[in-house]
Structures are given as C-alpha cells and as structure tokens.
Write a protein that binds this ligand. Structure first.
Ligand code: AMP
Length: 499
C-alpha cells in the first residue's frame, strides 16, 4: 500500500491523543480516523474520484486536518490554499486546478460557486468549528483506503512565486512519505513527542513537515490556530518540540517571559522557510540554553538539508543534505559542479523531489536537468564538511556595473551595525550601473543613525561596488505569512529611485 494515509496507522493508535486543542480538548487518533473516514465517504458521495483535485481554503482546525486525511484516503489530490488569498486569486487556482470539489469558508461560498460555474465543480463549506455543508451530512464512519501507486499525486501546492503566476507543484505519495520518514528518524520523533504546532497548514512546513512527521511517529500536537504569543507562551512548558519560522523565534526573544525554565521540557526547536539570522540563533542559545536546528527546503522538494540532531548545528548554515537527497552547487551558466566554498546554484535530486508543475510541462522541463536534478533557484555554497549556506534566491542576485552582488553578504554587514535590527538588500534599475544596490533597514526603537554614518562603517568592510547607493530606514520589512521578506515588493516600491 503506497497510500501515505496507511503510514499514519490511525486505527492502530486509536486510544492515543493526536491533537491537543485549546481549552485542553483532546482529539484521539480514533477521533481523527472516524472523522477522516466519514469525510472520505462524503467525498465519494459528492462524486470525487481518485486523482480528482480538491481545492481547500479554510481556517486551520482539526477538521481541516481530517479533510486532508480524508482526501488521501479517497485517493484524491489535496490542493490547500493560503487563507489570505483574495477571491480573484482563488478563482485563478480553481480555473487552473480544475477541481471536482472546492471546500471554502461559508462567507466565500456564493462567490466561489459563481467562479466555478463553467466547470464541473461542486463547492461546499467548512468552518473552523466543523460546521458547514461538507460536514452536515456525514454518515457512515468508515471508508476503505484507496490504493495508490507511489507516483500518484497526493497534493498540489501552489508556490508563492514572487514573479509571474503561482505554479502548482505536484507532490506524489512517495515524495511526501519519503521526506516524512527521513525527518522523523533524523529529528528522533516518537510517540512521546508533543509538538507545539502554530504554523499554518496550507503550507508544506505546517502540513508535510509538522503534521506528517508527527502522525507518522504517533506523536501529539498542540494545535494552535495561529502563532499568538500568549498562547504560545502558555503551551511551551507542556511541549517537547516546536517547528517554527524565524519570526516565531524573534517574537519570543522579545518577551522577558522566555526563560530557560519555560522551555525546560523541550528537546528540539527547528527553524525554516526563511533565513534565520545568525544572531537570532546565538541569542536563542544564550537565553534558553537550546541550540536551534535550522533546516532548508521548498514546496517543490520538501526538506533538502538539516543541521544534525547530534553534532554541530552551525549558525548561518542550513546543515547537510538529508539522507537520500543529493545536493550539488553548480555554475548556472556552464552547468558544471563548482568546487567547495564557491557560490552557485543549488540543485537537488531524490525521492522527495516533486513530479513537476501542474499543466506546465515546458516550465517543468526547464527546471530539471537531464540527470533529474532540480534547479532550486537558490544560490549557496557547500563547505568541506557538507554544510550548506544559502546566499539568496538567484533572482534576487544584483548585477551592478556587471559585477555580482549577493544581497546576503551586504545584509550581514548592515545587520552587524550598532542599532540595526535587520535589513533587506535588493537591486533597482540604474541608468549607469544597470542595477543599483539598495538597502532598507529596521533600527532599534529610538535609535537614530544616518545613511552617511552607516556607509562610512560599511565602506571599511565591503568593496565599493557592493555598497548600497541608498540606505533607507523603514519601520518594518514586508514579509509574507511564512516570514519571507518580499523582495519583489521592495524592488517594485523603490524602482524609481534613480529616475
Ligand atoms: P517555499 O516553497 O514557500 O517553502 O519556499 C522555499 C524557499 O524558502 C527556498 O527556496 C529558500 O529560498 C527559502 N528557505 C527555506 N528555508 C530556508 C532557510 N532555512 N534559510 C534560507 N532560506 C530558506
């Protein structure tokens, strides 16, 4: 049985708690199995067949997780959408995915039904309390698990795509299953774990890294609707592990209540989805005594690298290629592999790597090499011990006066200036240089520093061509829900700086 659903062994673990909800309500593995089975039956009644897509834009809840499980059980393809997407964006995804079913928030039903009118698509609703037209007609509690081949699709996730339209990454049962098994073993997840889950579940991090790994291990999750500092501080002492994005850690560090005592029971904190500043890594260790484990992955590939469970977790690196995943750094022009330490394009191959972009065979072909390595779009280096450092997205590379400027290098220097909290460096059009290095910085409260003062210090550390032509102080950096700085937005906003 290659259906990922089978790996979760819900019924074998029936009595165990799977989810701890707010007000300490428990959802057992049996509860999840029953709910998933009933929803799978309902999907079947609606006419969802194996391979059909189900587009889902609902709030995080255990019902939403059961819907994911039901979808696997039915052999359908789960297509979760960011809850922040506008109706116009959702309409595009429906048009593109051609789903048999859309599950949405009750408020959206009318508009979505209209958007899907020309398609053979049914729309039903699911609210975070479990009410809605998906669940109001649930009956038989069991439904057999539909057999799937390893390469059959389990999910399509639209990648955030900062340029052009989002693309649907097709993930098979084998992709998800292999990655979850590797991570469970590497990070030593067992049925004794209680993971603090405050991530969204429409994204690979919250759904495939967190939920799949915990369900595979038979562990429990404190299932918070979102990251709210009071709820997280309250839950932390009960948890054994947390998977977070860097923003979780910086927000917690801003709290005096974050003490070694608060996290005494924790055995692992992981960080990913966006770059973790080395200083956050160091501050976390100083404050809590725990060494953050940073890892790296993307929607298309699942997780690619991780710092070790035992061994050195090095600040500023994303660790070593996971077992079963091959990683190389190549010269993007010539395609040849670069020596250790040289910056180039990161390419990966392995069971975790996706099947291609939905209905975009030509785009897929250009993103894969002939030997099945996928071009991640991330620039980085690999050192002699195999540790990988990410320098930034290839498309964020700045070419100024014909010379390459890696934003990360400039950001690291700016971040080390007194009074600077964080920065983002990007290129804007420039009549002479092609692109001009530009920086926005966030400073500490009540700290004032001029552009000239910053440039004076930077000039002693960076070659002239890397120095920003402008450094602008801003109240905060534009970030998406996963904590990624939106460089395309910055490029757009400041594109007129040089006339
Ligand atoms: P997504 O597909 O939304 O998961 O985004 C994947 C991208 O996030 C990767 O291609 C990287 O650019 C970035 N990313 C993920 N994890 C890390 C990390 N630990 N450090 C730096 N960038 C990361």
């Amino acid at each position: 049985m290659s259906n990922l659903f089978g790996a979760f062994r819900l019924t074998d673990r029936a009595e165990r708690v799977a989810l701890v909800l707010q007000k300490d309500t428990n959802v057992t593995y049996a509860d999840l199995a029953t709910l998933a089975g009933r929803i799978a039956r309902r999907l079947d009644d609606i006419g969802v067949a194996p391979g059909d897509r189900i587009v889902v834009q609902v709030d995080k809840s255990h019902f939403a997780l059961a819907l994911f499980l039901a979808c696997l059980q039915r052999g359908a393809v789960f297509v979760p959408l960011n809850t922040g997407y506008t109706l116009q964006e959702v309409s595009y995804f429906i048009e593109d995915a051609q789903p048999k079913l859309v599950v949405c928030h009750p408020e959206r039903l009318g508009a979505i039904t209209t958007a899907a009118v020309s398609l053979d698509t049914t729309a039903v609703t699911l609210d975070s309390d479990g009410s809605g037209s998906l669940t109001d007609r649930l009956s038989t509690p069991t439904f057999d698990v539909v057999s799937r081949d390893p390469d059959d699709l389990a999910a399509i996730l639209y990648t955030s795509g900062t340029t052009g339209r989002p693309k649907g990454a097709m993930l098979s049962h084998a992709n998800l299953s292999s990655n979850a098994h590797v991570l469970k073993d590497l990070w030593r997840f067992t049925h004794e774990d209680l993971l603090l889950h405050a991530l969204p579940i429409y994204h690979a991090h919250g759904l495939f890294v967190a939920c799949n790994v915990l369900l595979l291990a038979g562990g429990r999750m404190i299932f918070l609707p979102k990251f709210e500092i009071e709820n997280v501080l309250e839950a932390l002492p009960k948890a054994t592990t947390m998977m977070g994005i860097p923003t979780f850690y910086t927000r917690l560090l801003a709290e005096d209540r974050l003490t070694p005592d608060l996290v005494r029971h924790m055995r692992l904190f992981t960080s990913g989805s966006a770059p973790l500043l080395a200083e956050t890594h160091i501050a976390w260790q100083r404050r809590t005594g725990h060494v953050l484990l940073e890892r790296y992955g993307m929607t298309e590939t699942g997780m690619i690298t991780s710092n070790p469970y035992d061994g050195d977790r090095i600040a500023g690196t994303v660790g070593i290629a996971l077992p079963g995943t091959e990683l190389r750094v190549v010269d993007h022009e010539s395609g040849s592999e670069l020596p250790r330490g040289k910056i180039g394009m990161i390419e990966v191959r392995g069971d975790n790597v996706f099947k291609g972009y939905w209905r975009l065979p030509e785009k897929t072909a250009t993103e894969f090499k002939g030997d099945a390595f996928f071009i991640t779009g991330d620039l980085g280096t690999i050192d002699n011990r195999g540790y990988v450092r990410i320098v930034g997205r290839g498309k964020d590379l700045i070419i100024s006066g014909g010379l390459n400027v890696y934003p990360k290098e400039v950001e690291t220097e700016i971040d080390s200036l007194d009074g600077v909290v964080e920065s983002a460096v990007f290129g804007v059009p420039h009549p002479d240089f092609g692109e001009a290095v530009t920086a926005v910085v966030v400073t500490e409260k009540d700290f004032s520093i001029s552009q000239a003062e910053m440039l004076k210090v930077l000039a002693s550390r960076l070659a002239k061509f890397k120095l920003p032509k402008h450094i602008l102080v801003v109240p905060e950096l534009p970030r998406n829900a996963m904590g990624k700085v939106q460089k395309a937005e910055l490029r757009q906003q400041y594109r007129g700086l040089h006339g």
